[in-house]
Write a protein of this length. Structure first.
Ligand code: CA
Length: 243
C-alpha cells in the first residue's frame, strides 16, 4: 500500500494486529475490516517490528505471548526507537505481572483474555481518538515547584534528574494538573484521557497506571504529593503549580 493511499483512508484508521493464535487473529481481522479499518495482521513479534518501522499505524494490538520476540520485547523496541503509536496489549488471564511490565514499557492500555469484541473495539476507538487529539495539541510544559513536566519529550526534569514518562502518564498529569485541587473521577479520566465514550466501563487500567505514575514521581522532589487519592471520587492533583 502506498503512503498516499494510507493517508487518504486514514479516517477509518490503520490497525497493526499481532497475535499468533490464528482463530483470534482472523476473527479480529474480520471484525476490524467490517468496521472500516485497515488491518495488517501478523503472527510473530519480529515481523511486527519490521512492519511497524514504516509507521502509519494508528493503533497496535499486541499479544504478549508470541513466538520468538514476545509482545513486551516488541513494545520495548518500538518505544526505544521513538515510536509512540498507541499500543493495546492482549494479556493472559491472571498475568498481572505482564500488565505492570507492559505499562512500564509504554503500553497505553491492556485487555485481558478472554475479551469481548465490543470491549476491544471500544478500547481501540478510544486510543485512536486520543492519539488524534494529541497530534493537534501545541508544545507544552507544566512547571510544578522546582520540576518541569515536558509533555513533548515525555519527561519530568528536576534538580534530582530526569524521570521518563509514557505518553499516557503525561496525559494523566496534564489532565489532572489542568484541574488542580479538584477531584477527578476514574470515569472522567477514562472518557477524557483514554478517549472512551463510556466511562463506566469496568477496568482497573486507571488505578494501575496511577500506581506506576506515582512510583515514578517518587524520584522527583515532592513528587509523592502531586497526586492525591480522593476516597470514593478518584484523584486530585495537589502539586505546587507555577504560573
Ligand atoms: Ca499468543
Amino acid at each position: 500500500m502506498t503512503n498516499e493511499k494510507a493517508a487518504s483512508e486514514r479516517s477509518g484508521g490503520r490497525v497493526l494486529l499481532v497475535e499468533d493464535e490464528a482463530p483470534i487473529r482472523e476473527g479480529l481481522c474480520e471484525l476490524f475490516l467490517s468496521q472500516g479499518y485497515q488491518v495488517v495482521a501478523l503472527g510473530d513479534g519480529l515481523s511486527a517490528l519490521e512492519q511497524s518501522a514504516d509507521g502509519g499505524f494508528d493503533v497496535v494490538i499486541l499479544d504478549i505471548m508470541l513466538p520468538g520476540m514476545d509482545g513486551l520485547g516488541v513494545l520495548t523496541h518500538l518505544r526505544s526507537r521513538g515510536d509512540h503509536t498507541p499500543v493495546l496489549l492482549l494479556t493472559a488471564k491472571g498475568a498481572e505481572d505482564d500488565i505492570v511490565k507492559g505499562l512500564e514499557a509504554g503500553a497505553d492500555d491492556y485487555v485481558p483474555k478472554p475479551f469481548g469484541i465490543h470491549e476491544l473495539l471500544a478500547r481501540v476507538k478510544g486510543l485512536m481518538r486520543r492519539a488524534q487529539l494529541r497530534e493537534r495539541e501545541p508544545q507544552k510544559v507544566i512547571s510544578v515547584g522546582a520540576a518541569i513536566i515536558d509533555l513533548d519529550q515525555l519527561v519530568v526534569r528536576s534538580p534530582e534528574g530526569e524521570v521518563k514518562l509514557t505518553a499516557r502518564e503525561c496525559s494523566i498529569l496534564e489532565f489532572l494538573a489542568a484541574r488542580a485541587h479538584r477531584p477527578v473521577g476514574r470515569d472522567e479520566l477514562l472518557v477524557e484521557v483514554w478517549g472512551y465514550r463510556d466511562g463506566s466501563i469496568q477496568t482497573r487500567t486507571v488505578d494501575v497506571h496511577m500506581q506506576q505514575l506515582r512510583a515514578k514521581l517518587k524520584a522527583v522532589p515532592g513528587g509523592d504529593e502531586w497526586i492525591g487519592t480522593v476516597r470514593g471520587r478518584g484523584y486530585r492533583f495537589d502539586g505546587p503549580l507555577s504560573p
